[in-house]
Design a protein around this ligand. Structure first.
Ligand code: SAM
Length: 209
C-alpha cells in the first residue's frame, strides 16, 4: 500500500482499496474476500447506466458499500468508461461526499444512510435478491416480478466472492439464481434489465392491439 501511495502521490486513506495493488495489506481486513474490486462496480455501473431504462429515467441506481454507506447515482450520470477516470471520480466522492457537474448538478452523493434506511427511503413494493444461493429461476421470470407493481428493487452483489451480509439479507424478499453458473455482476445486471425492458415494451404495445 505504501509503494502504491508513493507512486500515485495519494495518501493511503485517499485510495480505493484494490486487490491488484493491496493484496497483502488487505489480508487481515474482515470479509477481505469481498473487498478490493472496484472494477466490478465500475463494470456494473457502466452496464446499468447505458441501458434504455436508465436513459428514460425508469431506473434508479444505488451502490451500497461494505461499510454500510450508500452512494446515490443521479439520473443523468454518465460513468467514465476509462477505469482510471472512474477511480479518480470515486476517490473524489469518498473525500468530498458529493460530485457535481460543471453546472452544479449533483451527479453522485455518498451518504451515511445505511442499507436499512435506503430500503425505507425508496419504499418499493418488492426487494428481490440475486445470488447463486437463491431459488433456481431465470432472468425472465425474475424480471416478471416487477410486472404489475409500481416499484421493484433488484439487489446484485458488487463483490468478487462470498454472499450478501446479514445487514442486507434481512431486508431482501425472495432471492433467486438466474443460472446454474456463477455469473459476473455486470452480466446479471444486463440480463435482468434487458428482461425488464422487454416487459415494459410489451406493456407499452398492449394499447396497439
Ligand atoms: C461474482 S458474484 C459474487 C459471488 C457470489 N458467491 C455469488 O455466487 O452470488 C457477483 C454477484 O452477481 C450475482 N450473481 C452471480 N451469479 C448469479 C446467478 N447465477 N444468479 C443470480 N445472481 C448471480 C449476485 O448478485 C452476486 O452477488
Amino acid at each position: 500500500m505504501k509503494n502504491h501511495s508513493r507512486r500515485t502521490g495519494l495518501k493511503p486513506s485517499e485510495m480505493l482499496l484494490d486487490r491488484s495493488y493491496h493484496h497483502a495489506a488487505m489480508k487481515r481486513l474482515p470479509d477481505s474476500w469481498k473487498r478490493g474490486r472496484p472494477d466490478i462496480v465500475h463494470f456494473a455501473l457502466m452496464e446499468a447506466l447505458s441501458t434504455p431504462l436508465f436513459l428514460k429515467s425508469m431506473l434508479r441506481v444505488y451502490v451500497h458499500t461494505i461499510n454500510d454507506k450508500v452512494i446515490t447515482i443521479a439520473d443523468n450520470l454518465r460513468v467514465p468508461k476509462s477505469y482510471f477516470r472512474f477511480e479518480g471520480l470515486m476517490v473524489s466522492l469518498f473525500r468530498d461526499k458529493v460530485i457535481k457537474s460543471d453546472e452544479g448538478n449533483v451527479l453522485m452523493e455518498l451518504g451515511d444512510s445505511k442499507f436499512a434506511n435506503l430500503i425505507n427511503d425508496i419504499s418499493v413494493d418488492k426487494i428481490v435478491g440475486l445470488s447463486t444461493a437463491g431459488v433456481q429461476s431465470n432472468a425472465h421470470r425474475v424480471a416478471s416480478i416487477a410486472k404489475g407493481i409500481d416499484d421493484c428493487a433488484f439487489v446484485i452483489g458488487g463483490f468478487p466472492n462470498g454472499h450478501f451480509s446479514e445487514k442486507v439479507t434481512k431486508h431482501l424478499g425472495p432471492t433467486y439464481s438466474i443460472s446454474d453458473l456463477g455469473l459476473e455482476a455486470h452480466v446479471v445486471v444486463a440480463r435482468i434489465l434487458y428482461e425488464c425492458e422487454l416487459l415494459e415494451e410489451s406493456v407499452d404495445h398492449k394499447g396497439d392491439e
